[in-house]
Design a protein around this ligand. Structure first.
Ligand code: M6R
Length: 611
């Protein structure tokens, strides 16, 4: 949530910051702004997308070698010019950008109001900035010292970057709970919420940790803790290429990412699935094999699409490993008082690795002795660092706000883990195990086949794009796929959609069915096939429109359906990786046919770093 970017060095700061903001726009796009310091501090901000800011700045003198920029996902205060970042301190000397939430801002604001401060915005950020400036003024101390004192009083999550009119070559940054990466160039530094604005200039980066403060000049990076002790920055090499974060000829990132799935799933399996030796090689699992295979219980903790991956995994782990599994919304788990035993394993599933609820949930579970295993896409992310061990999904940067390729990669990783544990535990027979290894191996090619139906799915999307509601139904492994289909439709096309277990439909949602309601059945051939045929009949009997995802050659459901989307035959355990693709394409094409911005759907943000 919120993207931040900053630059100090010999280049013109504005173009670097603007390009960076465009790359980070997936994190929030309610408003954006920049602060540039040349002889004086200039702040420009605008409601709406970064392109609107850019347009409003044409012809302005934007010369500066130091600056900060922000793209916002509103928390405190509606999205407008006033609440956009950067904010200027009452003294006019400091400008600040912030990602996160200052939970005790109301109390700090009261203190400042009593001192006569006035506020131009409704944000918690402006409060924190003035709080810092006030400390600096009263204590006659450096900005660095004032930030340190202020942050000791702050409750909440933040990354802040401050530019000070009186130190025109220095940026001060600090982090707790929200991500911050510093790119190291030749006599220049780049700061951002993730590496995407940085990789064009340098591959050497430092991930700032919680409770750390960075003092950054063109040729110097000093890292300290809040106790003012110097730390040695841990410089890492980025392993992503620029092409991975560009659209590469596709109209949208979402479409590109849907079409990348044969490769991303392949990349995820590569080096891990060893067919000739009948092995799954996963270092993070192997190193903790006793802990994992002897788990009393596995608790999958995640949000949104990642939670759906957890639900599919629940079915797989229980079936193959005979370990009880619970799947928890991180936001609920963190606030209730869950019973956790030392033998419990928490599997944290997250594309971004920055989701605030998931991060706090695992930290709480860790305090109670649970072992934390992360299934994550972003290398070096906060959840990766907070986990005891884990496995990366290797799906590459996912820019479209709707998660697509991350989901299928999560399923691939979770299936491999389940297979490895099942073999270790002896809960799977050799024939089934080997067959599933081959089934997994065949998935990338089968995804290619599903993608060939894009035109057909586009035509189906056009036919139903005026619907007011959609119902998505599935059973067994396909129930979470139905949930995922409904989520994609809501996010991308703004059409109300509900996902339900197909049999549960007659306990309520069936009341919605009439000739205007499209009902999407995820009805591929599995153990529930006959049952779902009956569920389809129940919808047809009430004149609902049936769109079905079916296995190639399924004449029975084909004849019952108004429209079909066909997938190749696959074992039910790996089938969700195929069955979700038509759901992704359907939602995408409905969104496009309605003229919506599918990469940046309204009100959403890619990385939800606020609770
Ligand atoms: O980065 P994470 O996987 O932790 O994100 C979790 C959800 O915020 C995310 O899956 C969200 O639901 C997506 N917009 C779904 O498309």
């Amino acid at each position: 949530m919120c993207g931040i970017v900053a630059y100090v060095g010999p280049k013109e700061a504005y173009p670097v910051i603007l390009k960076g903001l465009k790359r980070l726009e997936y994190r929030g796009y309610d408003s954006s702004g920049v602060a540039l310091l040349d002889k004086e501090l200039k702040i420009y901000k605008k409601k709406g997308k970064v392109a609107e800011l850019e347009e409003s700045l044409v012809g302005k003198d934007l010369h500066a070698h130091i600056g900060i920029g922000h793209t916002r996902w509103a928390t405190h205060g509606e999205p407008n010019d006033r609440n956009a970042h950067p904010h200027l301190s009452a003294s006019g000397k400091l400008a600040m950008i912030h990602n996160g939430i200052i939970e005790n801002y109301a109390q700090l604001k009261q203190e400042l109001l009593k001192k006569g401060y006035e506020f131009k915005s409704d944000t918690d950020t402006e409060v924190l900035l003035n709080f810092i400036d006030d400390i600096r003024e009263n204590n006659q101390c450096s900005l660095e010292e004032a930030v340190r004192i202020a942050l000791k009083r702050v409750v909440g999550a933040y990354v802040i970057i401050i530019v000070d009119q009186e130190s025109p070559d220095t940026l001060i940054a600090a982090r707790k709970g929200s991500p911050l990466v510093i790119g190291i160039g030749k006599d220049e530094h780049f700061l951002a919420s993730d590496a995407s604005p940085i990789i064009e200039y340098t591959k050497e980066v430092v991930y700032v940790n919680d409770y750390e403060l960075a003092i950054i000049k063109p040729d110097e990076l000093v890292l300290k803790n809040l106790g003012n002790e110097k730390l040695t920055p841990f410089v890492q090499k980025l392993d992503i290429e620029l092409a991975a974060i560009e659209k590469g000829g596709y109209e949208h990132f979402m479409l590109k990412e849907i079409f990348e799935q044969p490769h991303t799933i392949y990349d995820c399996l590569r080096g891990r699935l060893d067919l000739s030796n009948g092995q799954v090689k996963m270092a993070g699992v192997q190193q903790n094999i006793e802990q994992l295979k002897n788990a009393n219980r596995i608790i999958m903790v995640a949000c949104g699409t990642s939670w759906h991956a957890g639900l599919v995994a629940e079915y797989i782990f229980e079936e193959l490993c005979r370990i009880p599994v619970e799947v928890e919304y991180a936001s609920e788990f963190r606030y209730r008082n869950p019973v956790i035993h030392p033998g419990d394993v928490i599997v944290a599933i997250s594309q971004s690795g920055e989701t605030a609820d998931t991060l706090v949930a695992i930290e709480k579970a860790k305090e109670q002795g649970a072992f934390i295993f992360g299934v994550l896409n972003v290398v070096g992310s906060s959840i990766a660092r907070a986990s005891h061990s884990g496995a990366y999904t290797h799906a590459g940067p996912e820019i479209g706000v709707a998660s697509t390729k991350a989901f299928t990669a999560q399923l691939a990783v979770l299936t491999m883990i389940a297979l490895k544990l099942a073999k270790e535990k002896g809960t799977i027979d050799a024939a089934r195990y080997n067959n599933l290894l081959h089934e997994l191996h065949a998935i990338p090619e089968k995804v290619e086949v599903v993608l060939q139906q894009k035109d057909k799915i586009q035509a189906i999307a056009a036919k139903y794009s005026n619907a007011n509601d959609f119902l998505y139904l599935g059973r067994g492994y396909n129930f979470p796929v139905a949930l995922e289909g409904a989520l994609k439709t809501k996010e991308i096309s703004y059409i109300h959609a509900e996902g339900y277990p197909a049999a549960e439909m007659k306990h309520g949602p069936i009341a919605l069915v009439d000739e205007t309601l499209p009902v999407v059945f995820v009805a591929t051939k599995d153990a529930y096939h006959e049952k779902i045929v009956s569920n389809i009949q129940e919808i047809k009997a009430r004149k609902g429109k049936v769109l079905a995802v079916i296995t190639e050659g399924d004449e029975i459901i084909s004849q019952l359906s108004d429209d079909i989307m066909v997938v190749p035959e696959a074992d039910e355990i790996v089938a969700p990786m195929l069955n979700v693709i038509p759901m992704q394409l359907l939602a995408y094409y409905i969104g496009v046919s309605k003229g919506l911005d599918v990469d940046k759907p309204r009100n959403l943000a890619k990385s939800v770093t606020v609770e």
